[in-house]
Design a protein around this ligand. Structure first.
Ligand code: C2O
Ligand code: CU
Length: 499
């Protein structure tokens, strides 16, 4: 198989467009023995054992998340997760005969899962074996600012150097990590990984799985050159090859009728908003960026912008094949825009008479009502310069002065105005918010706490942000080309010592 074939695979993929592409199916769960832990952990996480946070209890293994690689916890203290992570190059055979030089954490894409229970201490010994400086940003974790991987606070880790990140994640949920230096290049090359913070009493489900839904842009030589087209400056780098859990082929799994699983999804792509449907099974949205929602809800098509996460309850209510499909717009040979529906996860669902699983999700209290006391307006715009396109916040490209400053604990209305047509998945570090209004209309179908919000072309979005984590934080578009080309600033949350 050559790269043309690989690209054709995406452009015309039905599963057998290229011979050999579809037989490299892998069960990510089968790749390790974490499945065994899952069964142990299920008992251990019954409501009775929910007080796992009580230090007097015997050590309880972490619930298993079914992913290819889990970072090994070397700390004997059951309340401390201590891992080593090395960033290094790796030649990866994406499909047979197509070898691409990628950058990885510990040689895998996605990087190893790091997981802990809410409130536990996490220590990450990071070693940079890349030829370029880098940092790790823990996307969505509300941890101290000096551990957040912002290159404006942390001196980037030089080639050959190391850095120890140490923090205690305060919120349960599905998070991820990635570099914050030359981010458009380093993330596209494969530097991203999974981070799960387990609830004190996680739900009982048949499997807890985490999927990364990425795309990359390949040409005949591997990864295509960066920022070399007007299209890429304008819309960000949209790939021609989907990469689900680091593989080009659909991830292939097995289940039986009546099972219920938890699926965590993240979009680590540079720019592409993923649109997803599930056929042959049913799903409910249980959680968003900031953890489980008080009222789960059903969607037909899940829109997953870059950076966001969703936690889903997937119920296999019929035997057959269940399929998660990614809906991708492409231009066909007649020059018409066409939507392809590409399977990215396929599950062979065996028939069964066993009693269906009832997933016991922890009750989630509604968010306390907080009235905004502060207001900030951020205008998102672009301008053409002699050097190409510049993206701006409030009229400035890569503003160095803080965009706004508030006191810790403030509840804030943030109004984001998109003056151009390209969309912006806008991200705040270190805080959560709710999406209140789009073009003046109250939003009812995007509940839950978020750290990233999609702002469509020409749209004005109003957020209610909870500025509870003091420090100097980044605010930027998560289309990595937009942020590298200027749509990246900072804000301050002052700790005045008051509660
Ligand atoms: Cu995932 Cu600064 O972001
Ligand atoms: Cu943007």
């Amino acid at each position: 198989m050559n790269v043309r074939c690989l690209i054709a695979l995406l452009m015309a993929m039905t599963g057998d467009a290229c011979d050999g592409a579809s037989n490299a199916t892998t069960d990510v769960a089968a790749a390790t023995d974490v499945g065994a832990d899952a069964r142990d952990a299920t008992d251990a996480t019954d409501p009775d054992a929910a007080d796992a946070a009580d230090v007097s209890e015997a050590p309880v293994p972490l619930p298993a998340v079914l992913v290819a690689t889990v970072a090994e916890d070397t700390n004997p203290d059951p309340r401390v997760v201590e891992v080593t992570l090395t960033a290094r190059k790796k030649r990866v055979e994406l499909v047979p005969d197509v070898v691409v030089e990628m950058w990885t954490y510990d040689g895998t894409i996605p990087g190893p899962l790091i997981h802990c229970r809410v409130g536990e201490e996490v220590i990450v010994h990071f070693q940079n074996d890349l030829p370029e400086a880098t940092t790790i940003h823990w996307h969505g974790l509300r941890i101290p600012a000096d551990m957040d991987g912002s290159p404006r606070i942390q001196e980037p880790v030089a080639p050959g150097a190391s850095f120890t990140y140490r923090f205690s994640p305060p919120d349960a949920g599905s998070f991820w990590y990635h570099p914050h230096v030359k981010t458009n290049e380093q993330v596209e090359k494969g530097l991203y990984g999974l981070f799960v913070v387990h609830e004190a009493a996680p739900p009982t489900v048949d499997a807890d799985r985490y999927f990364t839904l990425d795309d990359i842009l390949l040409d005949a030589d591997g990864l295509a050159p960066f920022l070399s087209t007007m299209m890429e400056e304008m819309h960000g780098r949209t790939g021609n090859t989907l990469l689900t859990n680091g593989q080009v082929d659909a991830v292939s799994l097995a289940a039986h009728k009546g099972q219920v699983e938890r699926w965590r999804l993240v979009n680590p792509a540079n720019a592409r908003t993923m649109e997803l449907t599930l056929a042959g099974a049913s799903w409910r949205v249980m959680g968003t960026d900031g953890g489980l929602v008080a009222t789960p809800y059903v969607v037909d098509r899940l829109v997953l912008p870059v950076g966001q996460r969703y936690d889903l309850e997937v119920t296999y209510d019929q035997a057959g094949t269940a399929e998660l499909r990614s809906h991708v717009l492409t231009v066909n040979e007649q020059n018409q825009v066409e939507e392809l529906s590409i399977p990215v996860v396929t599950v062979a669902v065996a028939d069964s008479d066993a009693a269906p699983t009832v997933a016991a999700w922890p009750a989630v209290a509604a968010l306390p009502a907080r009235v905004p006391t502060d207001l900030a307006e951020l205008t998102l715009d672009a301008r053409q310069t002699a050097d190409g396109l510049e993206w701006m916040i409030n009229g400035e490209s890569m503003p160095m002065e803080p965009l706004f400053e508030v006191a810790k604990g403030a509840t804030m209305t943030i109004v984001l105005k998109n003056k151009q047509m390209p969309e912006h998945p806008f991200h705040l570090h270190g805080q959560f918010f709710e999406i209140e209004k789009r073009n003046g209309r109250t939003v009812t179908d995007e509940p839950g706490l978020r750290d990233t919000v999609l702002i469509h072309g020409g749209e004005t979005v109003e957020l209610r942000a909870y500025m509870d984590n003091p420090g100097r934080w980044m605010a930027h578009c998560h289309i990595l080309e937009h942020s590298e080309l200027g749509m990246m600033g900072e804000f301050l949350v002052d700790d005045l010592g008051a509660p």
